[in-house]
Design a protein around this ligand. Structure first.
Ligand SMILES: NC(=O)c1ccc[n+]([C@@H]2O[C@H](COP(=O)([O-])OP(=O)(O)OC[C@H]3O[C@@H](n4cnc5c(N)ncnc54)[C@H](O)[C@@H]3O)[C@@H](O)[C@H]2O)c1
Length: 317
């Protein structure tokens, strides 16, 4: 299949492109290198596939770029592009509305014109709100502007499903982690701080829990949904085991061989308290089953941080 992946230089998108290429697909990657985090990190994400003979990359902004030539002949579109972190959404709503909603609208229109046979939308547990515990029937009550724009995106997509018969599927990802995790995300920040011997800042009491999903499980779930997800349906994609933040910090510290020094602060507005994905629907529909335990996945993430440091110091000579 020829598959267009947006957000291809990002954390999840770059892993997804690699996995699709490994399965023999032709991949068209799109990314605008939005400055939410530094471009060199995204270029590094792209490095593994940049020269692949079945991969083409286009630096294009979905908000205003010409999408028709990019979607020509595409069998499927997977939309991973977004402004993803929730804290900045309080102060930069325009960027979130632009990248999460308006960009999706343009991509949906272009997909319809191109006759794309499959559309996957990356959504989030943040659409549920402070307590994202349960299955897809849980009420959607987002508590951050980020969650609001992602929920609006889901609704926009469903309008296209209902009106234009767009064969689209929504995946609600739960806190993805692993190599290449975005630098604004907690485990990335904690690992870098502990490797430097700096204290870490924990918002809240550390008893909050997460249905953390290892990035390879997220990618596997996305590919299964691409093949067998039912059009017009929404599926949770979460990790198999819930982990408390304090426990995750201990696992990271152990992998590093450090003693964490924690500075506790008040919870931030819009932070989720507990997330626990019920993924039975995805398992029934397309056999999704997360395979990586948080304790193993966190160790792999720490190894990635270490390897980055080693390659930087080798480059400095
Ligand atoms: N990482 C998580 O824990 C998580 C959890 C739930 C949902 N999600 C969703 O998964 C998707 C991927 O997230 P990520 O963590 O990989 O984020 P990321 O920021 O690493 O990747 C997103 C990419 O999209 C690109 N992008 C944004 N707006 C664009 C535009 N207008 N035109 C072209 N490219 C644009 C960015 O440059 C970036 O490289 C997002 O839709 C996010 O909402 C992520």
């Amino acid at each position: 299949m020829r598959i267009v992946v947006t957000g291809a230089a990002g954390f999840i998108g770059s892993h997804l492109c690699e996995a699709l290429l490994a399965e023999g697909h032709e991949v068209v990657g799109i990314d605008a290198f939005i400055d939410y985090y530094p471009k060199p990190m995204k270029l590094r994400n792209l490095a593994a596939v940049a020269e692949h003979p079945r991969y083409r990359f286009h630096e294009v902004d979905l908000r205003d770029g010409d999408l028709d030539p990019l979607l020509e002949g595409a069998d499927a579109v997977i939309n991973e592009a977004a402004m993803a972190g929730l804290m900045r959404s309080w102060s930069d709503l325009g960027a979130y509305v632009g990248c999460n909603l308006l960009a999706l609208g343009r991509l949906l229109e272009a997909s319809r014109r191109a006759g794309v046979g499959r559309f996957i939308q990356a959504s989030t547990s943040s659409v549920y709100g402070a307590g994202a515990v349960g299955d897809e029937q849980l009420a959607t009550r987002p508590v951050s502007p980020y969650g609001v724009t992602k929920l609006a995106a889901e609704n926009l997509l469903m309008a296209h499903v209902a009106t234009n018969d767009l064969p689209a599927v929504i995946l609600r990802y739960f806190s993805i982690y692993g190599p290449r995790q975005r630098p604004d995300m907690a485990y990335h920040i904690f690992t870098e701080a502990m490797l430097d011997g700096r204290p870490i800042v924990v918002y809240g009491d550390g008893r909050q829990t997460r249905s953390n999903t290892y990035v390879a499980d997220c990618v596997a779930g996305t590919m299964l949904a691409l093949a067998r997800g039912e059009a017009g349906e929404t599926y949770n994609i979460g990790g198999g085991r819930v982990i408390e933040l304090n426990r995750a910090i201990d696992v990271i510290a152990e992998a590093i061989g450090a003693r964490p020094v924690i500075e506790q602060r008040d919870p931030r507005p819009g932070d989720q308290r507990h997330t626990e994905a019920d993924t039975a629907k995805a398992e029934r529909a397309f056999g999704y089953r997360p395979a990586v335990e948080p304790a193993d996945g966190l160790v792999r993430q720490v190894e990635w941080h270490r390897s980055l440091r080693e390659s930087r110091s080798t480059a400095r000579g």
